[in-house]
Design a protein around this ligand. Structure first.
Ligand code: ADP
Ligand code: MG
Length: 474
């Protein structure tokens, strides 16, 4: 079980009139410094000061304007902040980075990924840490039509190549932080894919000797998951997700709400590996495209690999008539019980990410699907957001949910303590039972494949023809 207590929190300080969630609030240097000190009190280890908004569609600002906004704040903050707190400057202008470092910043956070050689020179001269972010294009146009074959792999390749360029220029590996750039030239599906692959991305970055920084705080892809338009309403989900990313290996968490993030991290760390503090969730799985049993097995493997999460019990699958939209092939369904240290909002985001990764297309309501993952319940929590209702409001009218749920949770109750009773009209009648062993063997096959792949990975990194590695093992 991974622990998450060594991740560091970077608090965002926007000294801008137009940032997407707090533009204009801290344009006055004194207000900016007070806010930064409050973030430090709440748990921030680093303050990232920015003078230009990089929200999609934002217009560029001159270096002079940017400097006039951030320099007074950095100078004052360096005097008043505890020594161990580091200041980072969020800029892609070399002259701004240089002046900020003279004024007390020791990290350069460049959303253009140090593509400008002048920026590398500044970092070398200042001895600053470098945050290299991946962004396809530039803020003004980046969301126009982003395309990747494999977003996680391409972003990771790009970051590692950039890091090597920095190392070649004289910046030591331990001063290089890599940021996949959630929301920068990525579609909703790309962002979810990055989330799901964070563990692999972190592994590659750590193996190469660098650190992983993630910034998802208040971004619109979180709003899109939950249907929340107001950026400030996204803090809870942001904190839960960034804590899950920390469990996946992220080293620095760039957030707008350090206090909330610290609390979620602390709860997660305290609960990790302890059954008595685990959260219990029930999830319904359904499929009627491709090999439905194999698809459900694949989804269950994914669930078991989510950060700080384990599948505890799986109901025997059933075949059922298509519900609501009857013009399609029969479904296979089951329900599983999981234990997790993730919050409900993070868990639901990952359910969407698994659906996306497995090729779910939402073109026809209640139509054919490779995989459908519905969050039936999460402890006794009640959630009522535009995009997420828990307990699932229609679970009592679906035979293919009620029956499997009864198998593994005969005493299932709703948050108000009442028992789950079937609705007056129930859809998706069950037509056949599928032995649990069939699903289990599909799951085991996949687990073995993944194990073999992991072992092959290890062998590759240890050259079998290398005399030194033989000596070590004999
Ligand atoms: P289905 O009702 O067949 O699961 P979808 O998977 O297309 O249909 O879900 C429709 C919408 O329901 C999703 O966009 C999702 O945001 C929303 N939704 C609300 N609450 C839940 C929940 N508890 N579990 C899954 N989806 C939910
Ligand atoms: Mg669904």
């Amino acid at each position: 079980m991974q622990l998450v207590n060594n991740a560091q929190i970077m608090g965002v300080l926007n000294v801008t009139p137009d940032s997407f969630s707090d533009g204009g609030a801290y344009l006055c240097p004194d207000k900016a410094v007070e806010f930064a000190l409050a973030m430090i009190d709440a748990g921030a280890h680093v303050i990232d000061v920015g003078g230009e908004s990089s929200r999609p569609g934002a217009e560029p600002v001159s270096a002079k304007k940017e400097l006039s906004r951030i320099l007074p704040a950095i100078e004052k903050l360096r005097i008043r902040a505890p020594e161990e707190v580091r200041i980072s400057v969020d800029t892609y202008h070399p002259e701004v980075a240089a002046a900020a470092c003279k004024a007390g910043a020791s990290i350069i956070n460049d959303i253009t990924g140090f593509r400008n050689p002048e920026m590398i020179k500044v970092a070398v001269e200042a001895g600053a840490d470098c945050v290299v972010m991946h962004m396809a294009g530039e803020p003004r146009t980046m969301q126009d039509d982003p395309f990747y074959v494999d977003v996680a792999q391409e972003v990771c390749d790009y970051l590692l190549e950039s890091a090597q360029r920095l190392e070649a220029a004289g910046i030591p590996a331990e001063r290089i932080l890599l940021d996949p750039g959630f929301g920068f030239g990525k579609t909703q599906n790309h962002n979810l894919e990055l989330l799901l692959q964070a563990n692999t991305i972190a592994g590659r970055i750590h193996d190469a000797g660098y650190r992983l920084l993630v910034g998802i705080s208040r971004k619109s892809f979180i709003g899109a998951i939950f249907g929340t338009n107001n950026a400030l309403d996204r803090d809870e989900a942001s904190a839960e997700l960034v804590a899950a990313l920390a469990a996946s290996g992220a080293d620095i968490l760039r957030v707008h709400n350090p206090g909330l993030t610290r609390n979620v991290l602390a709860n997660m760390t305290a609960g990790a590996g302890r059954e008595d503090t685990s959260n219990v969730a029930y999830i319904a799985l359904g499929s009627n495209l491709g090999g439905p049993v194999a698809n459900i097995a694949e989804a269950l493997c994914y669930l078991d690999m989510l950060p700080l999460t384990q599948v505890k019990e799986i109901a025997p699958p059933v075949m059922s008539e298509p519900a609501y939209d009857t013009d399609q092939t029969p479904f296979t369904n089951t329900v599983c019980c999981i234990e997790t240290q993730m919050g409900a909002l993070a868990l639901f985001s990952y359910l969407q990410a698994i659906e996306v990764d497995m090729g779910r297309e939402k073109t026809r309501e209640n139509g054919p699907r490779v995989i459908d993952l519905d969050l039936l319940s999460y402890n006794d929590e009640v959630i009522d957001l535009p995009g997420l209702t828990v307990p699932h409001p229609r679970m009592n009218e679906r035979a293919f949910v009620l029956d499997p749920l009864r198998e593994i949770a005969p005493g299932f109750t709703l948050p108000d303590g009442s028992r789950l009773e079937p609705a007056s009209e129930v859809y998706g009648a069950i037509t056949a039972q599928i032995p649990l062993e069939l699903l289990q063997s599909e799951i085991n096959q996949r687990k073995q494949q993944k194990l073999r792949a992991a072992r092959r990975g290890n062998k590759d990194s240890q050259n079998p023809y290398d005399w030194n590695s033989w000596r070590g093992s004999s």
